[in-house]
Design a protein around this ligand. Sequence first.
Ligand code: DON
Length: 577
Amino acid sequence: MPLNQQHRFRSLALTAMAAAALSVAGFVESTPAHAKAPQAQPQVLTASAVAVADKYAADTAAQIFKQGGNAVDAAVAIAFSLAVTYPEAGNIGGGGFMTLYVDHRPYFLDYRERAPMSATRNMYLDDKGEVIKGMSLYGHRAVGVPGTVDGMWEAQKRFGKLKWKQVLAPAIKYAADGFVVDDQLIERRDRASKEFAGKTNFDLYFGSMKSGQVFKQPDLADTLQRIADKGSKGFYEGKTAELIATSMTGHGLITARDLKEYKAVWRQPVVASWNGYRVITAPPPSSGGIGLVQLLKMKADLKDKFEGVPLDSAQYIHLVAEIEKRVFADRAQYLGDPDFYKVPVAQLTDDDYILKRAQEVNPEAPSDTKSVQPGLGTSMPEKAETTHFSVVDKWGNAVSNTYTINGYFGSGVVAEGTGVVLNDEMDDFSAKPGVANMFGVVGSDANAIAPRKRPLSSMTPTILTKDDKVAMVIGTPGGSRIFTSIFQVLSNVYDFKMPLADAVGATRFHHQLLPPNTIYQEPYHQLDAEVVKELEAKGYTFSMQGFNGDIQAIRIDDTTPEPMSDPRGRGVSQVIP
Ligand code: DON
């Protein structure tokens, strides 16, 4: 974690301290936007299933399936529900990505926030050119134009079976009638409250929330009702948009025009073959899909080096850290919004390129950090707290959705009169080349701020298929830890043949090139003390982080779904007949 800023994600930090044949990675053909949703498909799974961040969202999904909804209806209803009952990360004031597998075809929906039109490259720098601490994290200036509502609208309109109002109904009920507040939410509220004190209106909205008591949000219920009545326009135009724009006046940059012009985008997912599976995952503006494919394939390329190396042994951690170094060097140099910068996706996921990078791994000792450079050279054209849920329905459709307001409770701003908690996604831009953001990751020109641009993300909603059938739906929050966490769980399941519960619950660790040779571990499961000593002797430093993901996964064994929620969070997994 970075290491120069205080933030609620990081403030959790306790500063104590297969390979099988791999084939071509690349794009699939995108499907025309007018493609119709599948109708009356034969049932192919024994049941529908969800793995979601809280019990209210699981109930929502059960209601939607009972009404005849499909995975997309359930996903959209879950997203709106979590915006009410999981306000630290569920949202309508943020953005995200949805990877879908519908009627045996992959799709990807980008509803990431965009920089406001009046955003400028140096907007977070002082007159000496230094980054102004906290400015991209707290308050109105940290907010990107939210994308969640348009994303949900696009997905449901294209693939949903139910009426739009039906998928909003559970969320409206939780907002109007209230929901019982959980201890974990109160802990997170308390921490956020300290951080936002004197900077935002956070306490005014969340101050009265008490553990075990019902919390009602009438403004949010009204906002959701406007969205139910008017669709996406109920958020981006009319009263909601006016209230958001008014709350920005004199404080932030988002205008009514920014809101009106926001559009979610259907993109081609990154698709790669790995270990007999097809991996369908997030393209730019996420770095996560490319990162995940590089990690999986480099590990497979190094099969002989990993052979017989026990999970979480010193040698295992060293080899994984060596791979991660190379992935993060590429991330910093080449990745950004593809609408603004030509991201070399095909080159970065090319088998020969990944093999060449794998061959640079030093099996004996940590490679010198400075020697690990972006692998395609630097002459590329320069200009050209999150939550995840996984859903499958009995017709074999799947949705993997990760969305976020960035840190817990985003910018800490609740747009007056709306109940909408606004994101601090602007921090995911590179405010200045080489200066780390709250996740400790650096960026280049590819991720510099520009009007209407989407900040680089690590969110990696992923689906694995085998023989054109869904085999795994997986994702997690965790900023730059997202794709290294997913990588570890997939490796645990498919390389180490662990049962899903063990694979998700197992220790996770993380390295990201910078700070040099630093391995992050988590209090949930610490690494063996002897292993830590051995690695310290090799030159590694260990740092504790409070949060290393909240995986929500569903594994499908032929026709039977097995959902699993990370024991680290308050998630619920449920099979729904
Ligand atoms: O898009 C990203 O990569 C980050 N804004 C995600 C933030 C996140 O996962 C926070 N989770 N605890």
